[in-house]
Design a binder for this molecule. Sequence first.
Ligand SMILES: Cc1cc2nc3c(=O)[nH]c(=O)nc-3n(C[C@H](O)[C@H](O)[C@H](O)COP(=O)(O)OP(=O)(O)OC[C@H]3O[C@@H](n4cnc5c(N)ncnc54)[C@H](O)[C@@H]3O)c2cc1C
Length: 463
Amino acid sequence: MQLKLDTAPWQSATKAVDGDGRHQAVGYWHETVQVAPGAPLSDKIQCDVAIVGGGFTGLSTAYHLKRQKPDLDVALIEAGVVGHGASGRNGGFVMPLLGWDLLYAVDKLGDKTARAAYRVMYDAVAHVKRMALEHNLDCDLEATGYLLLNTCGAREKRARREYGAAHRLGFDHQWLERDALAAYIRSDRFSSGVFDPHPCVINPAKLSRAMKQLVESLGVKVYEQTPLRALKDEKPALLHAGEGEIRAHQVMLAVNGYGEALGFMKSRVMPVHTFIVLTEPLTVKQLDSVGWSEKRASLESARNFIHYFRLTADNRILFGGEDAKLYFQGRYFDRDESVFEALKSRFREYFPLLKDVAFTHEWGGVLGVSLDMFPSFGATGKYGNLFYAGGYSGHGVALSNYAGALLAPMMLRAAGETHIPEFPDAPFFVGHRPAWLGFEPLRYMGVQAYRGLLHIQDIIEGA
Ligand SMILES: Cc1cc2nc3c(=O)[nH]c(=O)nc-3n(C[C@H](O)[C@H](O)[C@H](O)COP(=O)(O)OP(=O)(O)OC[C@H]3O[C@@H](n4cnc5c(N)ncnc54)[C@H](O)[C@@H]3O)c2cc1C
């Protein structure tokens, strides 16, 4: 396998670093961290493992490799700065979702496989909490739980079936009728909900930067402003990175939604975008008016094109979703004015009492989506030494932070460290290969048609 970077998709996105060497924030979270962009790679270096991508997947892999084998020589290269991609700009929901939802996973995989995979997802959520505590990671973690809100009869019916499946599988979800909902959130639009007490929320930019510091403290060399330009599948692998070159015995491709531009998982893991609007900080009185000041649960509306909404540490409302977009020829964008407008009008529909609240920030980003919505982990290449994890399909915060726990044992054992125990009960998505969606323009047209159908279903159901 050879990879070569196509820079065209990147041209419509904000560069991580401006001409004066300053980090360019995309959205609110980036403004909450101080980023001094690190120096790019300019030499020829050798290492045991080269990690491509400074998001949660890459950082987690670096962390677990060094924890399990402290003398391993690990280099991480990042095209922009650590956390400039999805990991530093997401909604911050740390949740166990896999696929569309639990019911979908059960339908596709059967109870046994779905239960095992969801157990891993709950472990991933617990792992984020444990890491924050163990390493004192400054990331505004808040154990809010997660409440899925039903917006119409059809969705409520599905949610009831899902609730039944969750209990059969041993998960402790709680069904809330309209009266009980009022303790969490008040809006005429929501008729009932399902509460999962385990998820939490974080500030994603803070977590990304804290993880960078942590892996550097373990001895990982991090090169920012260093895009992988080309990879040759040799033994060891040859990476042309930034102005330098790396020879690495193993490579971890942690690029998720950005893989296409490298020719990796092209048309299998697609660069789909989701967008967010953010309000000014709300007063306690304003939050009280919608019943949100006490429990502070993170919320999602049950529909094909979900809305996800939560409070930030300074009491702003982050409101995202409404649409999900794949742009022609896989281009990357940080903004989409039509989605921002639709989000704001939906916000006012859900919360008419907050109609005068001002919006201060708008942004979006690229995530990796596969046709079946399941992630993929594994090894590839002529020598089986090119590893990958991605395709989390909108729910990657927990699993990407746990990716290294699954991958590090696999990588170390492949490198001959047979005393390292395998990850127990590897979930089905290890070795899973997503379906191929075809060439442009057919892929684009197909995805647009599918997107249209999902929107029509939401409209017909009144969701
Ligand atoms: C707006 C938004 C909201 C989201 N909200 C949530 C949420 O609330 N909860 C949830 O679970 N999930 C959410 N997600 C998804 C989640 O953020 C991702 O699944 C997760 O962060 C993926 O992490 P990653 O490390 O695999 O990818 P990324 O964070 O995208 O990291 C990949 C990195 O690779 C770098 N890169 C790409 N190409 C190259 C190259 N050629 N050379 C070097 N580096 C390269 C990129 O710059 C990037 O930093 C959201 C995503 C977005 C965009």
